[in-house]
Design a protein. Structure first.
Length: 331
């Protein structure tokens, strides 16, 4: 009896199902066996940067927990784009990860006219790792001891008030632009090649103000060489509980911190993603690790993947608006 088209489709469907079953089983076994070789963690910035520091602090404990070595590879270039793009184009097998930052995985999406990747499409967000809160500091010559006093003084200055940053597109630059946007203060951006150069010129009085990472400016605040007017975090910082936030002083929603986040390529299988997150969380909150991070002015976070993705979307949108209004551009 000849087979009907329907019967042929049934046989074909059965054959495909039989073929798919071992393939699915192989994929499941591969995920269960992961990791069975070393993992690369690409840092898209140079050695000695804060991103590099975080990577080298967190990987030894993560390696122990996962049972495989994690090799940190610095691949700097184009503000974090070169190394990040290499991860975006890697197989989603859990063996190539990226420790990105506010620059490479948030601000650059708006700041750069042409990007080889889209953060939300081409990466699997695994976890927010750390935040690096900032202090708004001024030269002691500035006649202001609170943020409202500084803003009022700035508005009396005919040519505006200059603020130093670590360079165009950095978090210190965009924090200043956000302050300008929210308060109407006539702030004038002065980009430097590095944060240390910017801080040095604020100490000397060459430039009145900067917004920069706590660890970098706090020693000078303690020595009286800088005056801290506000923290830029949502809450007061344990390391300087006496310094009020900008929000407390009337600047609504002014929550600005540099951050680091862990990413894999898009379509990273959830079981692998979740194992990486679990190892990261245990690593970050080991007492010695937490102490080392906090000594560097970094706050360990470990935000679960389900929370990190919408948080990241909101962060990209926030800086997109700041870039649009300010007209900021990358160097």
């Amino acid at each position: 009896m000849p087979r009907t088209p329907a019967s042929r489709r049934t046989l074909l469907g059965g054959a495909l199902a039989a073929l798919a079953t071992p393939l699915l089983a192989t994929g499941a076994r591969a995920q269960q066996a992961w990791p069975d070789r070393p993992i690369r963690l690409i840092v898209p910035f140079g050695a000695g940067t804060s991103t590099d520091l975080v990577a080298r602090l967190m990987t030894p404990r993560m390696s122990e927990l996962l049972g495989q070595s994690i090799v940190v590879e610095n691949r700097a270039g184009a503000g974090g784009v070169v190394g990040s793009d290499a991860v975006a184009k890697s197989p989603p097998d859990g063996y190539t990860l990226c420790l990105g930052s506010i620059a490479s995985h948030s601000v650059n999406m708006s700041l750069m006219p042409s990007m080889p990747y889209d953060v939300m499409r081409d990466f699997t967000p695994i976890s927010l790792v750390t935040e690096a809160p900032n202090l708004l500091v001024v030269s002691p010559a500035v006649p202001a001891r609170t943020l409202p006093e500084f803003i009022a003084w700035a508005k009396t200055q005919r040519d505006g008030v200059s603020y130093a940053s670590a360079g165009n597109g950095t978090s210190s630059h965009l924090a200043g632009e956000l302050l300008k946007l929210k308060t109407g203060a006539p702030l004038v951006h002065v980009p430097y090649r590095s944060g240390s150069q910017a801080v040095t010129d604020v100490i000397s009085g060459t430039v009145p103000m900067t917004i920069y990472q706590v660890a970098a400016v706090l020693p000078f605040v303690r020595e009286g060489k800088l005056r801290a007017l506000a923290t830029t975090s949502a809450k007061r910082l344990d390391v300087v509980p006496e310094i009020p936030t900008a929000i407390e002083q009337g600047v609504a929603d002014f929550d600005v911190a540099a951050w680091h986040g862990l990413f894999g390529p898009a379509k990273l299988p959830e079981p692998i993603r979740d194992r990486i997150y679990a190892a990261l969380r245990q690593s970050l909150f080991a007492p010695e690790m937490k102490a080392q991070l906090e000594k560097q002015g970094l706050v360990p976070i470990a935000m679960p993947p389900a929370e990190f993705r919408p948080w990241l979307e909101a962060d990209i949108a926030k800086w997109r608006e700041v870039v649009r209004v300010s007209g900021a551009r990358a160097d």
